[in-house]
Design a protein around this ligand. Sequence first.
Ligand code: SAH
Ligand code: SF4
Length: 391
Amino acid sequence: MSAPITQDVLTIPRKLPEGGRINIVGLTRNQLLDALLEAGTPAKQAKMRVGQVWQWIYHWGVRDFAQMTNLAKEYRALLTEKFEIGLPEIVTRQVSADGTRKYLLRIAGGHEVEAVYIPEEGRGTLCVSSQVGCTLTCSFCHTGTQKLVRNLTPGEIVGQLLVARDDLGEWPIPGAPKDETRLVSNMVLMGMGEPLYNFESVRDAMQVVMDNEGLSLSRRRITLSTSGVVPEIARTAEEIGCLLAVSFHATTDEVRNTLVPINRRWNIEALLAALREYPRLSNSERITFEYVMLDGVNDSDADARRLVKLIRGIPAKINLIPFNEWPGAPYKRSSWERIQAFADIVHKAGYASPIRTPRGEDIMAACGQLKSATERGRKSKAQVAAEAAAG
Ligand code: SAH
Ligand code: SF4
């Protein structure tokens, strides 16, 4: 039996002990306003100060209050005393032959999470984590072999983007002509963890990321991937409004129960009902169905046909992911001919069916391979295999 499907909320408190400084990164505008007021900012000025501090941190990439030159010296000193601009620390950075960068980041408590930057022609995507580990135990996912350690705070989620932009040197230079090409133009919540089991933190972090006086990634450039936490799907549409991807991976409840065990709680029918509502609620075009290609498990022609039948009426793109193998994984990647044949059936039914090119394979940076070094090996290979077999 797999671990129970529960939502453990282990977010660390935002307020630090007496004398500790509050991290500004990840506070929403309203939270920052409250914090500045509490620190003694005169009420009349507070809103303006929020705007100024916000721009320094998220537009200019400044990391030191002393550099916020449009603020009075005494006010800068006050900010330095009460606040910090805290980012996750880079433990290692690996750069793949194809340019993909994988960051292993250390966060409070000594935990580690990974973020991956994937450069593409004319754009670049940052894949961020939302939890250390995952409560769910999808049998093909490396993260799923690691127990949930804790939820990330909004600051730790936003911090992954700041760290990547620091590393890529992507901050405007004052006075220089505006450069519209962005290295990190898109963001996907497809790293470690189930974002909808850390809803509030993810929502607040996305509010910061989407704010157009700062990081300014539009909601259409952010894709949240969920394994199917049905009750939170409508909320995602209403409170975040980003694009949605769903880890579908199977066309019968029997198979999906073993691959994506949350299916035992919310089955395919319940999931599809929530997905049908999403485009209308979020005013977005289409949903991405992620489908990992596992040799002999979910990759038959019959599966492809069932898939297009199931999703009929939902504006969708089907993203076929060749299984990324990891040491001890209980599955094999489908052959290229099989993936192609599956894609053809889906395509002929009128859906875009791109096959995701594995990126950063040489540094184990591909989807589903992320796992922090400190938590590695918590379960044995045998245990993983046994759980997969038991379903
Ligand atoms: N927890 C969320 C987001 C993180 S996983 C979710 O499950 O959707 C991001 C995507 O990678 C999901 O579609 C997941 O099913 C897929 N994935 C996980 N392990 C994989 C692997 N070994 N090979 C290919 N895709 C994998
Ligand atoms: Fe968690 Fe997503 Fe991996 Fe499933 S696929 S174990 S939900 S990270």
